[in-house]
Design a protein around this ligand. Structure first.
Ligand code: GLY
Ligand code: MN
Ligand code: MN
Length: 433
């Protein structure tokens, strides 16, 4: 992303912190997978949001109003020998030139420099409890100052959680961020289409997973979360990721997969027939879930509550379950008793952004939050009919979720994933091509 965007994020945060505050934010640590092998590195979302800096062993320090520069970046120093083995490092000079830091220092010097940066501050903005080692570092820096307090050193006296401010900022996506989310959605739509078109009975779930990943990677993206490819009864396991069963003729396969592009995520689910044609039972359930998805999306507009789309989906699903004979009773009472939870046990969506379950409060002062332009959320109703459900044999082992990504606009909403078919007849037409 353009450096200007990160600069804008820092300035906005510093306006909220104000003079007398200091914000401290460490990069994500490298994690070991096994012995000398590490997990692919993923920068911390907050850290990336404020800096665009992709390396581990780095710390952002923001000191609003500091005369010698407000944005200080500690990072790994250049090291030709290490770089031959492990890849290039930017180093402090590039941190200033490319990443617009006002000052940059080697991370190895942080213990000497950071207490001095804190010295004139009253409030430390730092999110505790995520990394015990870094929590201890922060305490050590404060204690270094305390030790010299008798010599007149000023010690900050207030600790404030940084994520409270930062996460509310991240909830509202700027035009540049929406552009990246559109790209992540577009790549994900192509990946789902590819899986639908290549799918044949006898293939394995992991082969569809591989097709999805192929499409992500050939566009310079990666996965936002491990793909769920669940066929038959596996579709009823909400977070199924084994992806190792054979795709059987006559089964549905549910794919929940989304790309991450330049730090921004998509999150899409569809369920389609392995052989390209829905059975009547599969069609009934799928059409009902799509109808719930469509009605829920209609509720995404400024001024509506966070819960309005969920309520709309629950209403459609409950009525449909009664019509099909899967629930018995009066719709309002069944809704009140949450009878639908037998077949629909999750909520209708979540915020979406740099994290697939993105940051941001869902309630303010114990009230569901109002939707506002720039918020991005998923709409993902589903129905899962477990094997053995009484009076429902016709639908046993059918699991369907229809998940789209939606941005709230001034007028209503924009569905970022609308190019992916969701009605059975449209999916059949695509699979027949
Ligand atoms: N892919 C995770 C979710 O849909 O929430
Ligand atoms: Mn989701
Ligand atoms: Mn999903």
């Amino acid at each position: 992303m353009n450096q200007k965007v990160h600069t804008r994020h820092r300035k906005q945060l510093m306006r909220m912190i104000g003079d007398g505050g200091i914000a401290i934010l460490p990069a994500a640590p490298v994690r070991t997978r096994n012995r000398d092998v590490e997990y692919p590195y993923r920068q911390d979302s907050d850290f990336y949001y404020l800096s665009g800096f992709p390396e581990p062993e780095a710390v952002i320090v923001l000191v609003p109003g500091r005369k010698n520069g407000e944005y200080i970046l500690f990072c790994r120093d250049k090291d030709p020998e290490q770089e031959v083995w492990h890849g290039r490092r930017y180093g402090p000079d590039a941190a200033m030139e490319i990443f617009a830091a006002d000052d940059a220092f080697p991370i190895s010097d942080i213990d000497d420099i950071l207490p001095g940066l804190m010295e004139h501050c009253e409030r430390v903005y730092y999110t505790m409890g995520l990394d015990p080692q870094f929590d201890k570092n922060v305490m050590d820096w404060v204690n270094t100052l305390r030790k010299t307090a008798r010599a007149g050193t000023h010690v900050p006296y207030e600790f404030v959680s940084l994520d409270y401010l930062l996460h509310d900022m991240r909830l509202f996506k700027h035009r540049d961020e929406i552009r990246l989310m559109k790209k992540a959605a577009k790549i994900s739509v192509q990946a789902h289409k590819r899986a639908m078109q290549i799918c044949k009975p006898g293939m394995y779930e992991y082969q569809l997973d591989a097709e999805i990943l192929h499409e992500f990677q050939r566009h310079g993206a990666t996965w936002a979360y491990p793909s769920i490819v669940g066929s038959g009864a596996n579709a009823c396991i909400l977070h199924y990721t084994d992806n190792n069963d054979v795709l059987k003729d006559g089964d549905l396969v549910l794919i929940d997969a989304g790309a991450e592009f330049e730090g921004y995520d998509a999150d899409i689910t569809r369920a389609f027939p392995v052989n390209g044609v829905y059975s009547d039972a599969q069609r009934e359930i799928t059409e009902l879930v799509v109808e719930a998805n469509v009605e829920a999306i209609k509720q995404v507009k400024p001024g509506n509550h966070w819960n309005d789309p969920h309520n709309a989906a629950v209403k459609v699903l409950t009525k449909g379950l009664v019509d099909l004979g899967l629930l018995k009773g009066k719709v309002p009472k069944l809704i009140k008793d949450q009878a639908y939870r037998k077949y629909y046990m999750h909520r209708t969506g979540h915020w979406l952004g740099m994290d697939v379950h993105d940051v941001g409060d869902y309630k303010l002062d114990d009230q569901w939050r109002l939707l506002e332009p720039g918020m991005v959320l998923t709409i993902e109703p589903g129905l899962y009919i477990p094997h053995g459900s009484r009076g429902a044999k016709r639908w046993w082992d059918i699991g369907v979720r229809i998940e789209d990504d939606v941005v709230v606009t001034k007028e209503g909403c924009d569905v970022l994933t609308e190019d992916l078919p969701k009605w059975p007849k449209d999916i059949e037409a695509l699979m027949a091509k």
